[in-house]
Design a protein around this ligand. Structure first.
Ligand code: HXC
Length: 262
């Protein structure tokens, strides 16, 4: 793996890669250097067969990611602002479309670009200390890293607009209630919970998991008829995998399946 200044990267023997955004003095705010590092890292994670599931978290007890770096953003021109938004949008799209599951372990503030990063992940597990919000309107901008789009898809139009228009922060319990967080954990168990979910996913048939991800992501971009047509294609294709034979044979033989990802 490459060398990173603002990211800590671990890969364990089970295939779980834990990526920690590490700028604690700025509450892990995303500056351009960090976004470029995420871009490079997610290419590496995609290409590395030893990595099965990725967990994204923030360093320290207080913050997941407190947004885009306001200091760096303050004096941007309109053109530079658009380029900055497009750069991070591209990286977040890469995370969303990584052919492996990505779990956000939201340990603290997930504000602005931090909430948008969490939403680009497949699943969000929140610490009881987590706070979510899109406070951009307090800074004179809308969200620019996909927040106007992903928030409404996750929690619906009305709740998204309330959060976007007021800039209010919500706690983990409210995030769970509206479907922004999948689970809430006591802080000490957050990473353990994320790893337990990762282990469970790793024990399932990898290609089947991967096509579930693609089918959900693609399906939300198209009409229902096109989405279910795509589902039929990938459903059919999975019958060409050894893991489909293994999964169904193991069921009939009343034993645990041993999947190989082929
Ligand atoms: C740069 C940040 C930062 C940020 C915190 N810091 N958030 N620096 N960009 N987004 C820095 C502070 O300046 C401070 O540095 C240090 O981190 C600690 O923060 P404090 O504010 O002192 O901590 P606290 O009082 O506990 O308040 C925590 C907080 C607050 C509520 C999270 O920091 C906050 O409101 N941050 C900004 C949140 C935000 O608006 N995010 C959205 C950004 S816009 P010093 O040097 O003073 O110790 C965005 C747009 C994305 O994300 C799309 C763009 C295209």
């Amino acid at each position: 793996m490459g060398e990173y200044t603002n990211l800590l990267v671990e890969i364990d023997s089970e295939g779980i890669s834990t990526v920690t955004i590490n700028r604690p003095k700025a509450l892990n705010a995303l500056n351009a250097a960090t976004v470029h590092e995420l871009d490079q890292l997610f290419d590496e994670l995609a290409a590395n067969d030893a990595v099965k599931v990725v967990i994204v978290t923030g360093s320290g007890e207080k913050s997941f990611v407190a947004g885009a770096d306001i200091l760096e953003m303050k004096d941007k021109t309109a053109v530079e602002g658009r380029q900055w938004g497009q750069l991070a949008q591209g990286v977040f799209n890469k995370i969303e479309n990584l052919p492996k599951p990505v779990i956000a372990a939201v340990n603290g503030y997930a504000l602005g670009g931090g909430c948008e990063l969490a939403m680009a992940c497949d699943i969000r597990i929140a610490s009881e200390k987590a706070k979510f919000g899109q406070p951009e309107v307090s800074l004179g901008i809308p969200p620019g890293f996909g927040g106007t789009q992903r928030l409404s898809r996750l929690v619906g139009k009305g709740r998204a607009k309330e959060l976007l228009f007021t800039g209010d922060m919500i706690d983990a319990a409210e995030a769970y209630r509206i479907g922004l967080a999948n689970q809430v954990s006591v802080p000490e168990e957050l990473i353990g919970k994320a790893k337990a979910m990762a282990q469970k996913i790793i024990s399932r048939a990898p290609i089947a998991v991967q096509v579930c991800k693609t089918a959900v992501n693609r399906g939300l971009d198209v009409d229902l008829t096109s989405g279910i047509a795509y589902e039929a294609e990938v459903f059919g294709l999975c019958f060409a995998t050894q893991d489909q034979k293994e999964g169904m044979t193991a069921f009939i033989e009343k034993r645990k399946a041993n999947f190989i990802g082929k």
